[in-house]
Design a protein around this ligand. Structure first.
Ligand code: B12
Length: 286
């Protein structure tokens, strides 16, 4: 995906405008291009994606984008019930089209996760209680959703070395991958670099990552039904290991409700991806 670039003519076809419009936007600086040795303009896929999202331009020939064809139905209207059905059916291409389409239509990753993905999984989470198939459907759905989020990650703008870095993952014993992946992509979408350590990450691994990447913030996504005392021990150990680092600890996820706020002074407990993005903007600005 990284290597794909388009000529102004191809870009024009993808978004259904004339080639001269594209050239005009390039000359006016609205679209960044690089030049081939022969002096021809080339537009990177990530740049074209940034442009259509910023300008709310519909994509008329998604097939030409090279990323899997994107939904032609109104992606802005993607709801949690629609995603729930696609996930329950195990329809991978449609799940990717729906989520990537929502992103291309200009929705932020945080909005998609808070309003579509999380409520769709909440519905999915009730299936295993009535039906043996529920467990397999849930596992398959997690993988399909990871693939879709990963695809969004591949078409996001790339950040340079000056960008503030965040590090995060799920705590020891917590197998949940989507919450921490969603946090990483929400942060990347908001313009930061995110180093994601994945599920079941011990405090010492967080500490090593912090040492290497020097993040402004560390997120902990806790979902697994562990005892409050186990979760608290994890946070205390992490806070202890990071006591010399200038990184703030932000905790979220379903199990974070089990932590008491007064035992966690100095640590921020948040409940959604939008809050996470909002909070990080404040941390970075301060
Ligand atoms: C997928 C899933 C699994 C998968 C996970 C696979 C994987 N590799 O990730 C597997 C199969 C492993 C699993 C296992 C179990 N699960 Co489960 N699982 C789910 C399910 C369906 C979705 C969770 C998910 O990924 N959601 C997507 C994320 C993005 O949404 P979210 O978690 O709601 O996150 C929101 C906020 O919390 C917040 N947030 C999340 N993380 C962070 C981080 C930060 C920093 C911030 C700021 C915010 C934030 O942002 C999101 C809002 O946009 C939920 C259903 C549900 N209601 O959530 C059940 C659910 C969590 N599981 C449940 C249960 C009971 C289990 C099992 C005990 C089942 C069993 N009998 O084996 C085991 C226990 C595993 C363990 N060790 O803990 C219950 C928990 C019940 C409870 N809380 O009392 C639920 C609620 C299902 C249900 N309705 O019964 N599960």
């Amino acid at each position: 995906v990284d290597a794909s670039t388009f000529s102004p003519k191809e870009a024009a076809e993808i978004i259904g405008v004339s080639e001269s419009s594209i050239k005009r936007w390039v000359d006016a600086g609205h679209i960044t291009v690089h030049r081939t040795k022969g002096g021809h303009r080339r537009i990177a896929l990530r740049e074209l994606v940034r442009f259509v999202r910023a300008e709310s331009i519909p994509i008329v020939r998604p097939d030409l984008l090279g990323i899997e064809a994107v939904s032609r139905t109104e992606p802005r209207e993607l709801t949690d019930s629609m995603l729930f059905s696609l996930l329950a059916q195990g329809n991978g291409p449609s799940v990717r089209r729906a989520l990537v389409g929502g992103y291309l239509a200009g929705r932020s990753v945080a909005d998609l996760v808070d309003d579509v993905v999380a409520p769709a999984f909440e519905k999915l989470g009730t299936l295993w209680t009535h039906d043996d198939d529920g467990v397999f459907i849930e596992h398959r759905a997690v993988t399909l959703c990871m693939e879709a989020l990963h695809q969004i990650g591949l078409i996001m703008p790339e950040r340079n070395g000056q960008t503030p870095v965040m590090v995060g993952g799920a705590p020891s014993g917590d197998p949940y991958i989507l919450p921490t992946l969603a946090a990483a992509l929400s942060l990347r979408d908001a313009g930061y670099l995110a180093v994601q350590l994945g599920a079941d990450t011990p405090p010492t691994a967080f500490a090593h990552a912090v040492n290497e990447h020097r993040p402004r913030m560390v997120w902990v996504a806790m979902t697994s039904l562990q005892r409050a005392s186990t979760l608290q021990r994890f946070i205390d150990e992490l806070a202890d290991l990071l006591s010399d680092a200038p990184a703030e600890i932000v905790v979220g996820g379903q199990a974070s409700r089990r932590l008491s706020h007064h035992q966690n002074a100095g640590i921020t407990i948040l409940s959604s991806m939008r809050e996470l993005v909002f909070h990080v903007r404040e941390v970075v600005a301060s």
